[in-house]
Design a binder for this molecule. Sequence first.
Ligand code: NDP
Length: 310
Amino acid sequence: MSINVLFAAKAERWATYEPTLKQAFGELGLDVNLRTEIPPEDVDYIVYAPNSDLQDFIPFTRTKAVLGLWAGVEDVVGNQTLIQPFARMVDEGLTRGMVEWVTGHVLRHHLGMDIHILGQDGLWRDHVPPLATDRSVTILGLGALGQACAEALAFLGFTVTGWSRSAKEVPGVTCLSGNDRLAEALSGAEIVVLLLPSTPQTENTLNADTLALLAPGAVVINPGRGPLIDDEALLSAVNTGQVGHATLDVFRVEPLPPEHPYWSHPNVTVTPHIASETRPLSASRVIAENVRRGEAGEDFINLVDRKLGY
Ligand code: NDP
């Protein structure tokens, strides 16, 4: 009998994901009936984007797992009707995109590229940037994305420190963990990259106190989530020069309202939540692997811990 998989995401995603999901199920030899509408009581798995219309999971009585298409889960973990196992997306394509975005923005600031890109004015500015070994970068969050970025930056030679909740080991990276090591992770950092999930524990991780620990003129790069930063404290730090530049991809309110001071600040770069995204084929393979596991009675991968909120 076919496995009934409901695709619950915005309608425009269907055209992209229908062929890649079918390909991925086929690659694993799974006989799947993939639809955007199936009676809830007949659904075996749900492929899910948190901004879809589906918010009540109670009627899905035989559903074995809800398989998220997004890495961030803050809009889902609090849903009390979601009693089924819930897996988030850890996608090789998404990770590679994030590594490219983070290294690109780190290198922009490390090399001082703006001076030359914006300064084509006849002045011979012959300042040679330091080597990466002389630049300290701290990555907050050493999960799927933070770890990959830390490895890439360490490979380029940066002096990389990473910080996470539980202890980690990443080759070439100084790994610190727990709240009592945060100050150590941030002290003297010249570039900080935020790749934490948005949870009650991570809100305002960068605030007036923690921003003051950074090296004067430090760069803040946030592709994680808006609530990780106290916006007023950051604006104040950018105004005093304690933070030399902030590159922000994510915000408490998205799209960021046109009148928000971040847009007009000369030392803030706003990008519209494009750091990376789930790539359809590689993500579809992750979904298919979880369906295979569910059918084989194996443990699902990438399950969200609802108590931790990520
Ligand atoms: P993971 O869950 O794999 O990693 C999260 C990391 O944060 C882990 O190292 C975890 O520690 C750490 N962490 C969580 N809570 C705390 C805490 N209280 N104190 C210290 N460390 C903590 O997530 P991903 O790497 O896959 O993704 C990270 C975030 O990136 C996502 O939650 C999402 O918000 C954002 N994102 C942004 C995108 C964009 O385009 N801008 C695209 C995709 C994701 P531990 O290892 O001990 O569990």
